[in-house]
Design a protein around this ligand. Structure first.
Ligand code: UTP
Length: 473
């Protein structure tokens, strides 16, 4: 909707799309609040939002999967192309053609932490925040290759200022501030899951949610981050989520495979781990309609999810860990087309809201609202050819999603220690273990020291680890 649309026209349009409660609410606001409310409404494409509400409430149909769906081909851990790819990847890094891209705009509602998730104390011994862990990984790679690696961080309007302030407060963790660039993603209004009515976060303010990690495509372009990459000569992005402290910010092997594997178009590549169980809550790499794609765990039919191959292993076992390599030219090409848009998916979540008539605040105990989000992996089928590269689960996946239980801070810290122990043992350092095999110590290895077992081997290491001790290296 253009800026010249009058409040009356907006009110009429709200009535015509079944959102008259907002027009009536506006009338009850004082002049200043009303002006701000209309401004928020004018920035929305109400016609498009009305269509999206319709297709995600009354006429919602469950997502279907292609009838010819099969597991995606995977470049396995033992594949001989990995060693030469490492040299290609390192050359790209040294030439300044690689940058990091972290999506950190999520609301982290499951974790329940009051602040951007990247600020959450996460490392197992010293409680370093996620942002510091990644910064140290980037610094470590910069030092190794004598290069500056730009870091692009997508925030949301809800956490942008707090994120930037955190980096400033910590002097960008030793990185060059000029090479760390933040940009906010867009938002979508949230609406009641049954009535489709748009919700208010507070009187005169619509309830909104960040538009998903897939909002990054558009945000990269409109924020100018894409231009910045082109100016710097960056050709490939190492994409990872803010909630996985084991994500290696820049992996030369993966970058090399992405850029040079004959099966890759250098546009959009992905890492996978073998699924832990058939119903693990991760997307699965598949091929359907001739295209590599991720099928959400909730959309993969149960019979396929349980299917096994001749060896008894899960057939559809390529679980996504949300680590990708994406070509800058690819982002430039697809977002340069005005008609380009990734699809929206709906998530039913708890969204607090105020009643537009009484102003009373509601804190729902059950999911009450629909949030619409775009998924970055919907970019995969748009690529000409897309590779899926196997990685070791412990090496690269220790997500912090929940406050307790699976994928929680507790499970992530245990995995961090386990990975450190593995690296030490690989270098001949005995690690004390309990009867059940778990490590009887807390061991944190800074990414500045090492980002894999080989790098750890370059250091003087302790002769042994004392049972029950806390060790930082
Ligand atoms: P999740 O899907 O885990 O969502 O995000 P979330 O919002 O962080 O957490 P919950 O569901 O509310 O508990 C996966 C990654 O994608 C980013 C997150 O910051 C995280 O790195 N993300 C998610 C965005 O950048 N923007 C979004 O709109 C959603």
């Amino acid at each position: 909707m253009s800026e010249t649309v009058s409040p009356d026209q907006i009110s009429q349009q709200l009535e015509s799309i079944g959102q008259g409660h907002l027009a009536r609410h506006a009338e009850a606001l004082d002049a200043e609040a009303r002006g701000a409310f209309y401004e928020q409404l004018a920035a929305l494409d109400l016609g498009e939002i009305s269509r999206l509400i319709e297709s995600n409430t009354t006429s919602h149909t469950p997502e279907t999967v292609p009838s010819d769906l099969r597991p995606a081909d995977v470049i396995s851990l033992g594949d001989g192309s990995r060693e030469p790819a490492k040299h290609t990847g390192e050359a790209l890094i040294r030439a300044g053609k690689a940058a990091c891209f972290t999506v950190a705009g999520g609301q982290g509602s499951r974790l329940g932490y009051d602040g951007p998730k990247g600020c959450f104390p996460t490392s197992c011994a010293t409680g370093k925040p996620l942002f510091r862990i990644f910064a140290e990984g980037i610094l470590g790679t910069q030092r190794r290759h004598d290069v500056t690696i730009p870091w692009y961080i997508m925030t949301s309007p809800l956490n942008h200022d707090a994120t930037v302030a955190f980096f400033e407060q910590h002097e960008h963790f030793g990185l060059d501030p000029a090479a760390v660039r933040f940009f906010p993603q867009g938002v979508m209004p949230s609406f009641d899951k049954d009535s489709g009515k748009l919700l208010l976060a507070q009187p005169g303010v619509l309830a909104t949610n960040p538009d998903g990690h897939g909002g990054s495509f558009k945000a990269l372009r409109v924020s100018g981050a894409l231009d910045d990459m082109k100016q710097r000569g960056v050709e490939h992005l190492s994409y990872f989520q803010v909630d996985n402290p084991h994500a290696r910010p820049v992996d030369p092997v993966f970058l090399g495979l992405h850029a040079s594997s004959p099966d890759s178009s250098g546009q959009f590549s992905s890492k996978m781990v073998a699924k832990a169980v058939w119903n693990e809550k991760v997307g699965v790499f598949c091929v359907g309609d001739g295209k590599t794609q991720v099928i959400e765990y909730s959309d993969l039919p149960e019979d396929l999810a349980k299917q096994t191959d001749a060896s008894g292993a899960l057939a559809f076992n390529a679980g996504s860990v949300a680590i990708h390599a994406i070509g800058v030219g690819f982002i430039d090409k697809v977002t340069g087309d005005d008609a380009f848009a990734l699809p929206f998916h709906r998530a039913i979540k708890k969204v607090p809201f105020v009643d537009p008539e009484t102003g009373q605040r509601h804190e729902p105990s059950e999911p009450n609202a629909i949030k619409l989000e775009r998924f970055v992996f919907d970019g995969i089928p748009i690529a000409e050819r897309s590779i899926v590269v196997e990685t070791d689960r412990l090496e690269e996946f220790a997500p912090v999603k929940n406050a307790t239980g699976t994928d929680s801070i507790e499970s992530s810290r245990a995995l961090q220690t386990e990975r450190s122990a593995r690296w030490l043992e690989a270098n001949g350092v005995p690690v004390p273990r309990r009867e059940n095999g778990s490590v009887d110590a807390v061991i944190e290895i800074s990414p500045l020291t090492a980002q894999d077992a080989d790098e750890l081997g370059e250091h003087d290491l302790p002769d042994a680890i004392d049972p029950g001790s806390t060790v930082t290296l």
